[in-house]
Design a protein around this ligand. Structure first.
Ligand code: WAQ
Ligand code: MG
Length: 261
């Protein structure tokens, strides 16, 4: 048995009464980790760079191990760019490589740049037309019930490749789950944390970090999941929200250069 732990925090009241989204997190952990994790999530919500939360909801639910699907972690690549325009052009090309049309890629970028404030979840967008398909409005689709299978192995795997920060750790798990959903072609993301300007494009082919996708200081971030035309949006949404997933890394990967431990 594992436990799904989901946190969402807002300022100015709960999300559903118009509060500003401050922080969210989702994990899938053993029972003995619950109290430490809940305390960590509370602390994070109360000390976030987006502001201090006055509404915090932590939900804990048991998940049967037999319901869990194991998936592979996406491989990481980093594209360094000097400025936002170059970053967004690189993102557009990556999306097109992943099977998103040029038109849909442009529309997806417009949807994210056009936001005036961050949604709590993601927008589902048609990979052919660029039209938004989900009906979740201001909420967005929130991906949940995912984690890594072996946290220590994951941290080693990341640090062997020179990656340490919490943004990557969490985003890669989410992106791996999203890319494993039937009918997902690609994902585009940048953070809503004002100081974090690196974003990514992910697809079943891999996770490409792009070092400058939004202006420093901006609190507007978001995620777009591009879905194949005629894909079943309700099924994809149910998978993203409800299917428990553990992400696996291969111990042998990521250690090809320099050091191993
Ligand atoms: N499900 C769906 N959408 C989400 C979720 C979720 N579980 N969590 C966040 N979002 C949406 C929401 O609109 C947020 O405003 C937006 O994504 C950004 O979330 O490798 O930190 O947690 O260095 O701020 C990218 C890491 C970090 C790049 C992204 O996103 C790298 C990040 P944040
Ligand atoms: Mg954030």
């Amino acid at each position: 048995m594992l436990f799904s732990v989901r946190m969402r925090a807002a300022q100015g009241g709960a999300h559903e009464v118009g509060g500003k989204h401050i922080s969210g997190a989702e994990r899938l952990v053993k029972k003995e980790c619950l109290s430490t994790l809940a305390a960590y999530m509370l602390e994070r919500a109360l000390t976030h760079s987006r502001g201090e939360a006055d509404f915090i909801n932590i939900t804990v639910e048991a998940v049967a191990c037999s319901a869990i699907r194991k998936i592979k972690c996406l491989a990481i690549q980093t594209v360094a760019v000097d400025h936002i325009a170059a970053g967004r052009a690189a993102a557009r090309e990556k999306l097109i490589q992943a099977g998103v049309t040029r038109q849909a890629a442009a529309k997806g970028l417009e949807l994210l740049t056009g936001l005036t404030h961050s949604l709590r979840g993601a927008m589902l967008v048609c990979a052919a037309t660029g039209k938004r398909l989900d009906k979740t409005g201001e909420r967005g689709v929130r991906v949940s019930r995912m984690d890594v299978e072996d946290e220590q192995a994951y941290h080693h795997w990341l640090s062997r490749q020179g990656y340490q920060n919490i943004h990557i750790k969490e985003a890669l798990v989410l992106a791996s789950k999203v890319s494993s959903a039937p009918g997902i072609r690609a994902e585009l993301c940048w953070s809503d944390d004002p100081e974090y300007i690196t974003g990514y494009v992910a697809s079943p082919a891999g996770y490409t970090r792009i070092t400058h996708l939004k202006p420093f200081g901006s609190e507007v971030g978001g995620r777009i999941f591009f879905v194949a035309p005629n894909a079943a949006v309700d099924e994809i949404t149910a998978y993203l929200e409800n299917q428990p997933v553990l992400v696996q890394v291969a111990e042998s990967e990521g250690s090809s250069d320099a050091f191993s431990d």
